[in-house]
Design a protein around this ligand. Structure first.
Ligand code: PLP
Length: 451
């Protein structure tokens, strides 16, 4: 009797119970690993049908693992940011401090009083202590939290300026990242854009002269990802406020959530509040350093209107965000936690050099060394302001793009940059706890990566 040629192929259940696939079952789930096994085996059946030689078991495992890895690479996972951009939207912006994460843990793993007032036992507001904490931090009378700052701008315009005029400077009609254009957002919310000034110059008078009975709001927008250099002028906010009628709302899309002096030349949230802005909104996960959120702070009368708008139901965050933001702001006010930008911008050059040497310990200088590099805040703050940093530079005959790929394929991936045809690992944004991993990857590269 002729032997069944398919009988030599391993069974899917057998494959799944082998130790080699355990790791992938944990990482992408058993059903997805099983699907990949089935696909690979089916491919082998096709080979046999065509009279080709099937792969041996080892090669079958290799091909399964390769495909499991491809799926695993699609997961949101830890990476090492060695780009020298502190707040990178592609890399999750601000890391959340472990102490903040653990403070918020039990709120999320059990039931919580998200909308239950513990004093009365009745239904409460989904705001927790946040308005009080934010008042102390920024001076804003009350605050409202939404999913991100884009939602904050959208809500402010929808609730306070629908079918009415909003005055925006021609120099501030910006696009922030993926398709968030101020003029388009205005149109979407039903607000009517009134452009004033020029690209480089807008004065307080330009705004004041554009006011009509239809004017609901003056909207100031942080330029975020570009600068206008040379002959340019922004309005003096105090002069602007003095000249505007009482009923015209002054709203500021501050963007970064800066609340201290860490970034020179940036106007903090509390400076706008102090100067008399009615409403200021900003991201939770940029310079502020918390979780992704949009924070609206300022005059209670206007914030209440936003809070009661039907869109608030669409934009409201869940318990994860409220609990993380509360824990973060408490630690921030107590100075036991800081945002990543505050931390990284404070590291001095000597420390960076020392950390670089530690990373390169045991690695010959002709393979890798440290050199001066630059640091950027990112996340729509100080687009141009480069600060000094240090980087590990790899010396190899391989193209920097290929070295970059090697590091990106590590576990966890290490994301470096290519500059002047050299591959750099910027030390300032490498978290101290990741130094040994970076060191390990450099050694691994020189042992078996370089070809
Ligand atoms: C980043 C930014 C936004 C968008 O904020 P998200 O939190 O990403 O939604 C809007 N306006 C300004 C000025 C910004 O800098």
């Amino acid at each position: 009797m002729k032997e069944n040629p398919f009988a030599s192929l391993p069974q899917i259940e057998k494959l799944l119970s082998s130790p080699a696939l355990e790791k992938w079952i944990l990482r992408i789930s058993r059903p997805l690993t099983a699907e990949i096994c089935a696909e690979v085996i089916e491919e082998e059946r096709n080979h046999i049908r065509k009279g080709e030689q099937p792969k041996d078991t080892n090669a079958i495992f290799q091909s399964i693992e390769k495909q499991c890895e491809m799926l695993y690479r699609m997961r949101v996972q830890k990476i090492v940011n060695a780009t020298g951009i502190i707040l990178h939207t592609n890399m999750g912006r601000s890391p959340i401090a472990p102490s903040v994460w653990s403070l918020a843990e039990e709120v999320n793993t059990g039931y919580s009083n998200l909308e239950l007032n513990l004093a009365t036992g009745k239904r409460g507001q989904r705001t927790g202590l946040l308005p009080r904490l934010l008042k102390t931090l920024t001076g804003g009378e009350t605050s409202l939290i939404v999913n991100n700052n884009a939602a904050a701008v959208y809500l402010i315009l929808s609730a306070l300026a629908k079918d009415r005029e909003v005055i925006v400077s021609r120099g501030e009609q910006v696009q922030i990242g993926g398709g968030f254009r101020i003029p388009d957002i205005l149109a979407q919310t039903g607000a009517k854009l009134v452009e004033v000034g020029t690209t480089n110059i807008t004065t307080a008078k330009d705004y004041i002269n554009a006011v009509t009975p239809e004017t609901a709001m003056v909207l100031l927008v942080h330029q975020s990802n570009f600068v206008i250099r040379g002959f340019s002028q922004k309005p003096d906010i105090k002069e602007l406020i003095k000249g505007l009628p009482e009923e015209v709302i002054i709203a500021v899309d501050q963007g970064s959530g800066l609340t201290d002096e860490t970034i020179e030349g940036e106007i903090s949230v509390q400076s706008y509040i102090r100067a008399g802005a009615d409403i200021v909104c900003f991201s939770g996960d940029k310079v502020l350093g918390g979780p992704q959120a949009g924070i609206i702070t300022g005059n209670g009368k206007y914030i209440d209107i936003c809070a009661k708008h039907p869109l608030m139901r669409v934009f409201r965050p869940g318990k994860t965000i409220y609990s993380l933001l509360e824990a973060f702001l408490i630690e921030k006010l107590n100075k036991t936690a800081r945002g990543i930008a505050q931390k990284v911008l404070k590291i001095d050059m000597e420390t960076l050099k020392k950390r670089g040497k530690k990373i390169l310990k045991g690695i010959p200088k002709d393979l890798a060394d440290i050199m001066p590099a630059t640091l950027l805040a990112g996340g729509g703050s100080s687009p141009e302001k480069e600060l000094p940093s240090q980087a590990v530079v790899l010396c190899s005959n391989e193209s920097p793009g290929r070295i970059q790929n090697f590091f990106r394929m590590q576990d966890p991936p290490v994301i470096g940059t290519v500059q002047d045809n050299r591959f750099l690992l910027n030390i300032a944004t490498i978290l101290p706890e990741d130094e040994t991993h970076v060191s390990f990857c450099i050694k691994k590269y020189f042992e078996n990566g370089e070809d």
